[in-house]
Ligand binder design. Structure first.
Ligand SMILES: C[S@@+](CC[C@H](N)C(=O)[O-])C[C@H]1O[C@@H](n2cnc3c(N)ncnc32)[C@H](O)[C@@H]1O
Length: 249
């Protein structure tokens, strides 16, 4: 029997909700969800996961859709401070892992500055859910000694389609692109210009780990015409994917 402590009054928890499937939550995350007084979930956190919250919990969605902030980052900080100072336990719920493209640095700095005790609970990042769905290792002894997690989306709110490594793209690397945007033609051109072979396998996975998961397997030079599903989408550039994959659509 595992003993997992409840969410504590006056504490904040930055929690990874995983890629979407509630079964992929950690035991710690699920228990905090059940025992917290206040939940501040991002948009990508599924309803099935929120259904695990206590019926008495106050749930305040704090997602920012389509680049149009519904609530500012400062607004999220203010909510954490307000509720934790009032003695509530606060769970800040982020999709995937909270420390991967999740603006956690700002929240950690704020919590430290205001001396709010906090804990970070890791989650399964989208890249790992995608690799599992594709039955494809992200690293491989013979062809992929590096794993690069990149984003095409930058902090200033502008879309930069060139992932920012300096010089040419490293050999024997698997590249995972979070928040790839929708301009796949430019993205593919940029990646090819940075030295990645046009024939490199390229796989777009939409809504990984959910019943709506959609997989499209192509190559970099054909990415522009790819049938990429609805957001959220993750792009995997690099490892050859088994074309007989049973979940391919
Ligand atoms: C703001 S980032 C958050 C990443 C998250 N912290 C993680 O570790 O997965 C959002 C991006 O993650 C990717 N993503 C998150 N969940 C996904 C899913 N279920 N399927 C595909 N991509 C996903 C998409 O690229 C999406 O645009």
């Amino acid at each position: 029997m595992i003993s997992i402590p409840d969410a504590e009054p006056g504490h904040a928890y930055i929690v990874g909700a995983g890629p979407g499937d509630p079964a992929l939550l950690t035991l710690r995350a699920a228990h905090l969800l059940k025992t917290a007084d206040v939940l501040l979930p991002d948009d990508l956190v599924s309803d099935e996961i929120l259904a695990l919250a206590s019926p008495t919990a106050l749930v305040i969605p704090v997602g920012k859709r389509c680049g149009q902030p519904r609530i500012t980052q400062e607004g999220i900080h203010a909510l954490m401070l307000e509720h934790a100072s009032a003695g509530s336990s606060v769970v800040r719920l982020k999709s995937g892992d909270p420390l991967v493209f999740g603006r956690a640095a700002e929240e950690i700095a704020f919590l430290r500055q205001h001396r709010i005790p906090f804990e970070i609970v890791p989650g399964i990042t989208a890249a790992f859910a995608v690799a599992a769905s594709l039955e494809t290792p992200l690293t491989d002894r013979s062809r992929a000694s590096k794993l690069i997690l990149a984003t095409a989306h930058h902090a200033a709110g502008k879309l930069s389609l060139t992932p920012s490594w300096s010089g040419s793209f490293p050999d024997e690397a698997t590249l995972v692109i979070y928040m790839p945007g929708r301009d796949f033609e430019t993205l593919a051109q940029d990646l090819i210009s940075s030295g990645i072979a046009p024939s490199t396998p390229c796989t777009a996975v939409s809504r990984a780990s959910t019943p709506q998961e959609h997989v499209h397997i192509t190559t970099l030079d054909r990415l522009a015409s790819a049938d990429v599903g609805p957001a959220p989408v993750l792009l995997l550039v690099g490892p050859p994917i088994d074309p007989g994959l049973k979940r391919q659509t």
